[in-house]
Design a protein around this ligand. Structure first.
Ligand SMILES: [Zn+2]
Ligand SMILES: [Zn+2]
Ligand SMILES: [Zn+2]
Length: 459
């Protein structure tokens, strides 16, 4: 390995690997003299052609006219030749200089062709150009244009077919890298543009609100800003049959656009549609979770406020979060019959949210429902125990007073209960067995038994 090659390798190693760059090679050993020393981008000009150009240029013709006469030459190509021959207009001299700076000598040209030939399978032409130009100053090579790269790839017939490109992992990788590089800069531009647009929309909103007093306002669930519910601020769809307008519920037009941009960016980065859906879903969920958390915090503040103002409001404990909330609709969602539920508004919406998510994900909702059922069962148990304790205290008082004739021991709970309707269940007074016990155990125990039986029946 020559010293230069060693240099090339170490330099190559330090470049972030897009494709296995260590396999890049500069052929340093071979030198070959290429006919003439005029390797420009484009097809070679023969001596006869150059002579003809010179002749025509001497007659005062420009590049366009000469190209038309030569028939198979482009205006740009002829102009390049004119520049080389010194005919070019002084104002064009910068172009001529730029072209001259891209001229390769015979050895360099040979190296360039070898470079293309050896690496065409490892990277697309645009990356080959970029790599060559990055390395060029090190080796005192001229830089090359993409036209030159393309021209020589086609000339040597080494271009990969679309089918080959489709299965070439280096090409696919390079494509993804290129997209991500592009999307980074694009995102910055998009972001600043979007911010400007939002500012303009806010101004516009104030105008609209000032003009029209009767306006429906909708809170965008994404940016949490209030926007008038018009086609200017929310994307609308008109139903062809009913001629009704429906507004997109996901967010305002700004947020909708932002989401669309992000989706196209993800797509450009090569993320699969399934993965993109997944990403959007999890974003949506964390957004909703955050909102639920904020709602609970706000509720706690409201409760503190209420407690400060009037102390003796009725309260109720939520079976799930065990928070004690005032009994108002701010904290509880009343049933249609106006009764209070056992779970607060916030636990209730979380419960429904969890179930919905499980259904969307195809998971079983059994666990979620079981947790809630066990909360309810526990609460019922506690209720029953409290009721029994209350009855026992009452019974003790009654027994002490000896107001009633006798007592009886329950065969299940072994408690002394006075023999009255409060503690025992009697046969109906108009029946044939009036005055007799209809059950051999106490009222509490028969309630428990009924509850158990009902529970089993529901299963
Ligand atoms: Zn929004
Ligand atoms: Zn709760
Ligand atoms: Zn009993």
């Amino acid at each position: 390995m020559t010293e230069k090659a060693v240099h090339a390798k170490s330099k190559i190693d330090s470049i972030p690997a897009i494709w296995p760059i260590s396999e890049f090679r500069f052929n340093e050993t071979e030198t070959l003299v290429v006919e003439g020393s005029t390797c420009m981008s484009g097809k070679h000009y023969s001596h006869a052609e150059l002579a003809r150009i010179k002749e025509l240029a001497d007659q005062g013709l420009g590049a366009t006219a000469i190209a038309r006469i030569l028939n198979n030459r482009s205006q740009g190509g002829v102009q390049g030749q004119l520049a080389r021959l010194g005919y070019v207009h002084p104002q064009r001299s910068s172009i001529a200089k730029a072209r001259r700076s891209r001229q390769l000598d015979a050895k360099q040209h040979r190296q360039f062709c070898d470079f293309l030939r050896e690496n065409i399978h490892r990277a697309p032409p645009i990356e080959l150009m970029r790599f060559w130009n990055e390395q060029a100053p090190r080796f005192h090579h001229p830089k090359v244009s993409i036209d030159m790269v393309d021209y020589w790839i086609d000339k040597m017939r080494i271009r990969l077919s679309p089918a080959e490109i489709a299965v070439n992992t280096f090409y696919q990788q390079a494509k993804r890298q290129r997209y991500s590089r592009r999307s980074e800069t694009a995102r910055a531009t998009f972001d600043s543009k979007a911010e400007n647009r939002r500012r303009m929309m806010r101004v516009r909103r104030d105008e609209v609100i000032r003009k029209r007093s009767k306006l429906e306002i909708r809170l965008c669930p994404e940016c949490h800003e209030n926007w008038p519910l018009t086609e200017e601020f929310y994307r609308a769809k008109r139903d062809a049959q009913s001629n009704k307008i429906y507004f997109e519920a996901k967010g305002c037009i700004l947020c909708a656009n932002q989401t669309r941009r992000r989706i196209s960016m993800w797509r450009a980065l090569g993320k699969s549609p399934a993965l993109i859906r997944q990403l959007l879903k999890s974003e949506e969920r964390s957004r909703r979770n955050a909102k639920a958390q904020a709602d609970i915090l706000a509720a706690k503040e409201l409760r503190a406020e209420l407690v400060k103002r009037r102390k003796k409001d009725p309260q109720r404990t939520c079976l799930d979060c065990h928070e004690v909330w005032p009994m108002t609709e701010d904290f509880w969602k009343l049933a249609t019959n106006g009764s209070y539920p056992r779970f607060c508004r916030f636990c209730d919406s979380r419960y429904r949210r969890e179930q919905k998510r499980a259904k969307v994900d195809g998971r079983s909702t059994e666990m979620i429902r079981a947790a809630r059922k066990s909360f309810l069962a526990q609460a019922l148990d506690e209720n029953r125990r409290a009721r029994r304790k209350q009855l026992e205290q009452q019974a003790n008082r009654d027994l002490l007073r000896q107001r009633n004739g006798g007592s009886r021991i329950c065969s299940i709970c072994n408690t002394h209960w006075p023999l009255t309707e409060d503690y025992w269940i009697f046969e109906p007074a108009d029946g044939p067995r009036a005055g007799k016990l209809s059950r051999v155990y106490c009222r509490c125990c028969s309630h428990d038994k009924d509850a158990r039986r009902n529970k089993n029946r529901r299963r």
